[in-house]
Design a protein around this ligand. Structure first.
Ligand code: GTP
Ligand code: MG
Length: 204
């Protein structure tokens, strides 16, 4: 699949105000600063479609981008952003949870993890919760340009080992660098494959 067009549609705090659920959509989640917005830009090969920042807490809304006039990419706020107030954190959590639970055209959630870091409880717990909710997800390791290939393999093995303590099967795993555009083709291919299976409910 080729990306021919990518346009910003709308930002929301409430899933009920998101665009009609008649197109397939794919959302990006993970801790603040992990590289969600950068990955969206990398996938569509545009520098500033989604807003990125060196400081965590940049994306604060549910942002819909329409691709090829035919499906959505969704940029979500990061979870566990420590510098915001507890009340704010709870607000983000509520907003994201409601979106994840209620959005019926959400085909797959991309859970982003920084390849440099050891498995963190907040990510492992989030994926456990997705398992309980039955929300399909895959893992995307980000920032692979920042460490050596040897270190990547080592960290990957360690992460898989940790996951297999709680999971019978591992989800699909992508290793990416938005900076160097590594792994973009594979994710676009994955999306293309799933788009073919999407059939909107007639009542919508
Ligand atoms: P929030 O919106 O705050 O939750 O963050 P985010 O997950 O959207 O992260 P964002 O894409 O804004 O990126 C955070 C920082 O990481 C920015 O300074 C990016 O330039 C940098 N970054 C993201 N992806 C990569 C990557 O693949 N390689 C390198 N070297 N830096 C990256
Ligand atoms: Mg962001």
């Amino acid at each position: 699949m080729k990306i021919k067009s990518a346009e910003f549609v709308i930002s929301n705090t409430d899933y009920k105000l998101c665009p009609k659920e008649s197109l397939a959509e794919y959302a990006f989640i993970g801790r603040s600063n992990v590289g969600k917005s950068s990955l969206i830009n990398g996938l569509v090969d545009r520098k500033n479609l989604a807003k990125t920042s060196g400081k965590p807490g940049k994306t604060q809304l549910i942002n819909h981008y329409k691709i090829n006039n035919n499906w959505f990419l969704v940029d979500l706020p990061g979870y566990g952003y420590a510098s915001t107030s507890k009340k704010n954190r709870e607000m983000f959590k509520g907003m994201i949870n409601k979106y994840l639970i209620n959005r019926e055209n959400l085909i797959c959630l991309f859970v982003l993890l920084d390849i440099r870091h050891k498995p963190q409880d907040i990510d492992l717990e989030f994926m456990m919760k997705m398992g309980e909710l039955g929300t399909p997800f895959v893992i995307v390791f980000t920032k692979s340009d920042k460490i050596s290939q040897t270190q990547i393999s080592k960290n990957l093995d360690h992460y898989k080992e940790e996951m297999l303590k709680n999971w019978e099967y591992l989800p699909e795993i992508f290793v990416t660098s938005s900076e160097k555009r590594i792994g973009m083709k594979e994710i676009i291919q994955f999306i293309g494959k799933h788009n073919q299976d999407f059939e909107p409910t007639l009542s919508r």
